[in-house]
Ligand binder design. Structure first.
Ligand SMILES: Nc1ncnc2c1ncn2[C@@H]1O[C@H](COP(=O)(O)OP(=O)(O)OP(=O)(O)O)[C@@H](O)[C@H]1O
Ligand SMILES: [Mg+2]
Length: 232
């Protein structure tokens, strides 16, 4: 544990990223968040979206360029493998980031239950908001069984000034009882450029994208109650 981190329970904080709609931005958020956190803490990124394995491929590229540092990247084929990996990695890492699969199955339920915080990436289009309702039903069902679940929407490809974006935010607020993070990712080519190169936006020439991810890190640390020096 780096001295800059105060994780009093001495086990990893787990952040799961789940969304049923393909292309919502799970891997973009998982990879950028993992690399950003690994600047100051030890991070394990588990890719559960196989055989696609976007985060795992990103990790291989990062390793080839000697950029892994405090980050380790691994995969889990099913929920049992995931649970075992989380238990083992939890003792040796400050954070575990889980890139979830695009379907409701045991794996998604396991991620929901194991995570200290689940992020639900969502684009501001009606189709994406509709696609959230199945996941919302699963979250509600788990909460009714008294399982502690903290799941929050993170807006992706967000266009601040548009009316439709504001309408979607209001619709999610009114119709789904899910908290929304204040941080968001704008629609920026930097996100696809870095994914293809095994980088994160902090290593690219888009200061606004870097600012977005750093703001996300700061907000997540606050939600998780962790004291860690971050870039603003
Ligand atoms: N904010 C953004 N701005 C621009 N491009 C983005 C943004 N977020 C994601 N993308 C691009 O959209 C595509 C899908 O994103 P990503 O792979 O993160 O989604 P996913 O939910 O993991 O999808 P999949 O179902 O394919 O695993 C990628 O090419 C990615 O680079
Ligand atoms: Mg993906």
């Amino acid at each position: 544990m780096p001295t800059s981190t105060t994780n009093s329970e001495n086990e990893a904080k787990i952040i799961g990223i789940i969304q049923l709609k393909g292309g919502a931005g799970r891997s973009t958020i998982a990879t950028n968040l993992s690399a950003a956190l690994s600047q100051r803490a030890t991070v394990a990124l588990i890719d559960c979206d196989l055989p696609q394995g976007t985060s795992a491929s990103w990790g291989i590229l990062r390793d080839e360029n000697n950029h892994l540092g405090n980050l380790s990247v691994t995969t889990a084929l099913d929920h049992q493998a995931l649970i075992k990996k989380v238990q083992a990695l939890s003792r040796t890492h400050d954070f575990i980031i889980i890139d979830g699969p695009p379907r409701i199955a045991e794996m998604t339920r396991a991620i929901l239950v194991m995570s200290n915080l689940c992020l639900l990436p969502l684009g501001t289009s009606a189709a994406e908001v509709w696609a959230l309702s199945d996941l919302f039903a699963t979250i509600t069902e788990a909460k009714q069984k008294n399982i502690h679940i903290d799941a929050r929407v993170i807006w992706n490809r967000y266009r601040k000034q548009t009316r439709s974006a504001r309408e979607m935010i209001d619709a999610v607020h009114d119709e789904l009882d899910l908290p929304q993070l204040q941080s968001y990712l704008g629609f920026r080519v930097a996100y696809s450029d870095v994914l293809a190169r095994g980088l994160w936006v902090g290593e690219w020439h888009d200061p606004i994208a870097k600012k977005e991810i750093n703001a996300l890190v700061t907000e997540l640390l606050t939600v998780l109650g962790i004291n860690m020096v971050t870039e603003s």
